[in-house]
Write a protein that binds this ligand. Structure first.
Ligand SMILES: Cc1cc2nc3c(=O)[nH]c(=O)nc-3n(C[C@H](O)[C@H](O)[C@H](O)COP(=O)(O)OP(=O)(O)OC[C@H]3O[C@@H](n4cnc5c(N)ncnc54)[C@H](O)[C@@H]3O)c2cc1C
Length: 523
């Protein structure tokens, strides 16, 4: 789960206190992903990467449909945009269900459980638009008082202590952010070469408290699903941005505020029902070959279909299992071979009561800085609306924690996490029922991970391949012929989010339609 974690919030507060002490102006509100987008745009503009020669492909002349591979939110979003515009598009999904990493498990006699993506931010415009178009209500989960509790083992760390502990490193990140703003190309490359661990080690003197160090590592695991040595230090700086000399506070709208009524599958089911005649499930694409100006897609059952263009939306972890007989630029081939997903998981306990309401509120969360506990974060992950006295408490794991969680019995695991949280939330263990579900996205053959983690060096290397969009104007990734790529991993500002999938699906559909336009006019 990417989001406004306790660490980023406290870091922002620490920066504010540093600025106040220095008599400088406080940061102004901005949006999540702003600097990431600026850096990607700057690097893509300067990249000397060979693209295929751009051509207006005669898509409509072949009479073949646009083929979309993968029926997660990226694929469904692309299909919706094309269908709305009157373009013949067909979607093929390997599983027997659509939705991919958006899935609400509904077992008889049990509350529904949100297995993958759940929380929607205020600034997730594509998700808001889709929910509106498909009649899915967004429920505000942050009404009433709520807060973030930080535990170090069984002991709560007061927020002021955390903020004070972060002031030194916040000053360093703020200074690096100002340097980045002055020279994106040079400083992004320098920071991207360094891992989280490398950055923390380099500035160890600025982090005197060991638990502050551990919270920063816990944040890397939770946000990127990877051990801190595999996460880029550039991500640290993106969270305290400076743009054109102005410090920006990005957390105001990156707030994990909304839940889809009935769970994320409500949206998937509504989209799938509306587009049913254009969707084929249980079709795994294995090969894409160039045929004339279009392509031919081969499936594992031997079926073949001609396509005027193809939009590939499968998770980046498994895209290399598709053989590309089309002329892809080398950078795309490297991207598909090298980039992967982090590992994150949920251990979800059905509870008989909601004891956390008294201490953190229904919209609050509990962080754990002690890596030995095995889960860094927990929140009320219950599907709403619900009349039940209890809910579903979600324990979140990242990096090695996710692997360790595979070995244990889920109920025993949930009880262990709950007992450690008792120091802050009384009654957690007693409320934990024997009904506990554990996810296994990293073992799922059609996902193999949770969401993208760009390892050190990868974001700057692959910047020209990522969709960027400012005020509705998109810059396209380098041309890859009749094959277009989309999915959360290719989003400028929303990687790791459902919104990143929805946004890139829309942008890929728009790119396909833009390539068709000259032909339409001529006809
Ligand atoms: C545990 C967890 C928690 C999360 N929490 C949040 C959250 O709170 N908020 C948020 O915004 N996001 C969250 N996310 C991330 C979010 O779920 C994803 O970013 C988003 O759903 C990805 O959509 P996508 O369409 O890019 O990929 P996917 O949903 O993975 O869709 C890709 C589809 O391609 C199919 N496929 C694979 N190979 C083939 C093939 N060869 N042929 C045909 N089809 C194929 C797959 O079966 C899948 O259906 C979470 C993810 C996880 C795992």
């Amino acid at each position: 789960m990417r989001g406004p974690t306790a660490f980023w919030q406290a870091l922002e507060k620490a920066r504010e206190e540093n600025l106040k002490a220095a008599g400088e102006a406080a940061p102004v509100p901005g949006s999540d992903g702003q600097t990431r987008r600026q850096v990607l745009m700057a690097l893509a503009a300067t990249a000397a990467t060979a693209a295929l020669p751009r051509q207006a492909r005669a898509l409509t002349t072949s009479g073949a449909p646009v083929v979309i591979i993968g029926g997660g939110i990226a694929g469904l979003s692309a299909l919706w945009q094309l269908t709305k515009a009157g373009v013949d598009a067909r979607l093929y999904e390997a599983r027997t269900r659509t939705g991919g990493r958006m899935y609400t498990a509904k077992a008889k006699g049990q509350p529904a459980i949100e297995v993958g993506g759940q929380l929607v931010n205020t600034d997730h415009a594509d998700m808001h638009a889709l929910c509106k178009e498909f009649g899915v209500a967004l429920i505000d989960r942050k009404v009433g008082a709520y807060r973030t509790m930080i535990l170090d083992g069984a002991t709560e760390v007061p927020r002021d202590t955390l903020v004070a502990g972060l002031r030194g490193i916040a000053g360093q990140i703020d200074a690096d952010s100002a340097r980045l703003d002055k020279d994106y190309e040079k400083v992004a490359a320098e920071l991207d070469r360094m891992s989280f661990t490398g950055y923390l080690d380099k500035h160890a003197k600025l982090i005197p408290e060991p638990w502050v160090h551990r919270l920063m590592e816990a944040t890397a695991r939770t946000e990127y699903g990877s051990e801190p040595g595999d996460c880029s230090a550039l991500e640290l700086v993106f969270n305290l941005p400076t743009i054109e000399g102005q410090r920006i506070d990005v957390l105001s709208r990156s707030d994990e505020r909304f839940l889809m009524a009935g769970g994320s599958s409500s949206l998937i089911e509504a989209m799938t029902a509306r587009l049913a005649s254009r969707i084929t499930t249980f079709r795994r694409a294995t090969r894409i070959d160039r045929i004339g100006s279009g392509a031919r897609v081969t499936f594992s059952n031997g079926e073949r279909i001609q396509a005027s263009a193809v939009i590939v939306t499968v998770p980046i972890s498994i895209v290399s299992r598709i053989a590309f007989g089309t002329p892809l630029p080398p950078l795309w081939r490297q991207y598909n071979a090298e980039v992967g997903l982090g590992r994150n998981g949920k251990v979800q306990a059905v509870t008989t009561a909601r004891p956390w309401e008294a201490s953190v509120g229904r919209g609050g969360e509990v962080w754990q800085t002690d890596h030995g506990v095995g889960s860094s974060l927990g929140w009320d992950g219950g599907i709403r609306p619900s009349e039940a006295a209890g809910s579903v408490w979600t324990w979140f794991t990242g990096g090695n924690e996710t692997l360790a969680a595979d070995a244990a019995d889920p109920h025993a695991l949930a009880l262990k996490f709950a007992r450690m949280a008792e120091g802050g939330v009384k009654g957690m263990a007693a409320a934990t029922s024997p009904t506990v579900r554990r996810t296994n996205w990293h073992l799922d053959p059609f996902t193999r991970g949770a969401y993208v983690n760009y390892r050190p060096g990868q974001l700057t290397k692959f910047a020209p391949l990522i969709w960027t969009e400012t005020d509705g104007v998109a810059s396209r990734p380098i041309d890859s012929g009749p094959v277009h790529f989309a999915g959360e991993h290719l989003s400028d500002a929303y990687p790791g989010y459902m919104n990143g999938g929805a946004q890139t699906g829309r942008l890929a559909a728009q790119a396909v339609m833009a390539a068709m336009a000259p032909v339409r006019k001529a006809g």
